[in-house]
Design a protein around this ligand. Sequence first.
Ligand SMILES: Cc1cc2nc3c(=O)[nH]c(=O)nc-3n(C[C@H](O)[C@H](O)[C@H](O)COP(=O)(O)O)c2cc1C
Length: 153
Amino acid sequence: MAHILVTFHSQTGNTEKMARAVAAGVGQAQNARANLKKALETTAGDIRECDAVVFCSPEYFGYMSGAMKDLFDRTYEELKDEPRSVKKPYCVVIAAGNDGTGALRHIERICKGYRFKKVQNPIICKGPVTPDILAHCRELGETIAEGINAGIF
Ligand SMILES: Cc1cc2nc3c(=O)[nH]c(=O)nc-3n(C[C@H](O)[C@H](O)[C@H](O)COP(=O)(O)O)c2cc1C
């Protein structure tokens, strides 16, 4: 059973819609379940116990949200050298007004520090969350779950 953690922060709902679509995509895969959780409530244990993580953050001031940074701040020391966490597959979903590259760059940089393994290209939504973006998010969730079950990631 593929167990995918989808952790998100959202103030106005855009990132949350994308995170929910990723989780729905996980649910479309055979033998998979998503743990959809707010970043502020996500723990080192949630990361340790999952098979892959999708980090979903808005871009604020050219950076990830403070809540997503808080998750990294709280869990880095505990997880960075754990055999069960090193090389954990991950990918990133960003909601932005018109950019998103700053948030993405900084999340990927931190994930390198944990030695997580990027397994899918990021999704960046610039502006309103469209049905196309949500379809892409669902596809991402399904692909990650199926990749875990197939032993590809
Ligand atoms: C405080 C603040 C800072 C923001 N900074 C940026 C930014 O640097 N670059 C950008 O593209 N959008 C920026 N935005 C726009 C948000 O990224 C965008 O509205 C996003 O969809 C919000 O996601 P949310 O609804 O999940 O909070 C900012 C929004 C806020 C509230």
